[in-house]
Design a protein around this ligand. Structure first.
Ligand SMILES: CC(C)(COP(=O)(O)OP(=O)(O)OC[C@H]1O[C@@H](n2cnc3c(N)ncnc32)[C@H](O)[C@@H]1OP(=O)(O)O)[C@@H](O)C(=O)NCCC(=O)NCCS
Length: 438
């Protein structure tokens, strides 16, 4: 049976709006796509309310012709695609408005007909028209998004930390830690996170879900999570500059384990002191954290670094430059230099050859031979580096060394030493890490 489709884009409706059922059907389709149990009406209402707070846009693909008898109706989208705009820390405290892509699903009976390609292509073009230079997502599978120009810009790892007598941190506390009612995070979490966001390359501004999640008001499975406990860190001046939200894995966990739900620390001292607190919890011998940084100061602060058992690094934030000139000019560069980059873009959004001249940490980026009035047109030169927009997006935050990308064949280095020059220019002040899953 041949099927025709139409794409609809809409904002989540308020409960008393006649368009509300469209938002409900979309939310249910997303849950179905991720194999979730059927959600209660109350849970769907809560999710839609969160989406409204984040000013998300829901995109759905709908069947326009006859729908198979007894199957889900034409009002239920066969594909979903969610978006919202947040800021991305691009190093040295600079924030760049970014399109976040989420809730990507295609119903199995309609897959591999180009629906994802259509939704992605249209939305990235739309984001660029809106003036955004960057898009971001997190991926369920690593094989899907490279073809659309996304590259892995940050990684994370799961850790299991042995907190028996071996756990000793070489750190003299500067502040203090105290237990609080988890609900205080509804008020405190956004401010603490904002400080982290402004000082962490790779950080994505958080959506409403997080303060609810960290405070145990909402769990990933819906409803309250009464197991969540919270400790706050107070800096030397008495201000709250960090928190950890955690839950006990139960008396059947071996060894007895505490799971970190969210750990946000605005200073190095707050981070170590929250770990000192976790390490001191009686009756517990292990702390686990699914979203630890790959470059973790904890390991270096421990007397016995082998207390930390980590998984392999996993891709976390995928970036996609939508406008090379705008994205490169937005950054600060710790090293001056010049590079000519030939960038391929199969979606045709921002490919071309660009001369990047960094002086005093600021880049002037020119499309080579563009001849546009008021723009300097450099000599047509052989590019120093030739690469796909996915590779440029991956190295944009310094999370992968361009020398490594050249060795992997993802970058062709025409001028010897250019990849190393790019490595110095694109470095950021600390290893990028993203604490926000979306
Ligand atoms: C992943 C998913 C959205 C793909 O949707 P789709 O409509 O079948 O994709 P399209 O038909 O537009 O295919 C686009 C391209 O991606 C490829 N592709 C799609 N899914 C892929 C996968 N899981 N692994 C590898 N390649 C994939 C297709 O082969 C096609 O390649 P081409 O255009 O280069 O020939 C869909 O399979 C799905 O809903 N999966 C379950 C939920 C999920 O994983 N969502 C992603 C959340 S981050």
């Amino acid at each position: 049976m041949s099927v025709d489709y139409e794409i609809r884009r809409f904002e989540p409706a308020a409960k008393d709006d006649p368009a509300y059922p469209q938002s409900v059907a979309w939310m249910r389709a997303v849950a179905f796509g991720f194999h979730d149990a059927r959600r209660t009406d109350e849970r769907v209402d809560t999710s839609i309310e969160l989406q409204r707070t984040d000013r998300r846009v829901m995109t759905g693909v709908y069947q326009t012709g006859t729908v198979a008898g007894h199957s889900l109706g034409a009002d239920v989208p066969v594909a979903t695609f969610g978006t919202m705009n947040k800021t991305l820390n691009i190093g040295f405290g600079r924030l760049l408005d970014t399109r976040l892509v989420t809730a990507v699903t295609v119903r199995t009976s309609h897959r591999r007909r180009g629906l994802l390609r259509r939704m992605m292509g249209e939305d990235l073009a739309l984001a660029r028209e809106e003036g955004l230079a960057m898009a971001a997502l997190t991926a369920s599978e690593a094989s899907i998004y490279g073809r659309f120009g996304f590259g892995v810009a940050t990684s994370e790892q799961a850790v299991k930390v042995d907190t028996t007598a071996r756990f000793r941190l070489n750190h003299l506390p500067l502040g203090s830690v105290e237990v609080a009612d988890p609900k205080v995070l509804l008020e405190l979490a956004p401010d603490v996170f904002d400080r982290v966001h402004r000082s962490t390359p790779g950080s994505i501004g958080r959506h409403e879900f997080y303060r609810q999640f960290a405070s145990g008001s909402v769990s990933r499975d819906g409803g309250e999570d009464p197991k969540v406990k919270v400790a706050l860190h107070y800096g030397p001046g008495g201000d709250v500059d960090g928190y950890v939200s955690y839950r006990f894995a139960g008396w059947s966990s071996t060894p007895y384990t505490m799971e970190v739900v969210d750990l946000v620390a605005a200073t190095g001292a707050a981070y170590l002191e929250l770990w000192q607190y976790l390490g001191a919890i009686d009756l517990v011998e292990r702390i686990t954290w699914e979203e630890a940084p790959v470059d973790d100061p904890l390991r270096w602060a421990l007397e016995d670094a082998r207390c930390v058992e980590s998984s392999a690094a996993r891709d976390m934030l995928w970036l996609r430059i939508l406008d090379v000139r705008q994205a490169l000019e937005a950054r600060h560069y710790p090293a001056d230099g010049q590079l000519v980059l030939k960038v391929a873009d199969s979606l045709g959004l921002t490919g071309g050859t660009f001369a990047v001249e960094v002086d005093g940490g600021t880049a002037a980026v020119t499309a080579v031979g563009s001849g546009a009035p008021g723009i300097r047109t450099p000599d047509l030169r052989t590019p120093d580096l030739e690469l796909d927009v996915a590779a440029l997006s991956a190295m944009y935050l310094g999370g992968v060394n361009p020398v490594t990308l050249a060795a992997s064949g993802r970058i062709v280095e025409h001028a010897p030493g250019a990849a190393f020059r790019a490595a110095r220019m694109f470095a950021v002040e600390r290893t990028p890490h993203c604490l926000t899953h979306f």
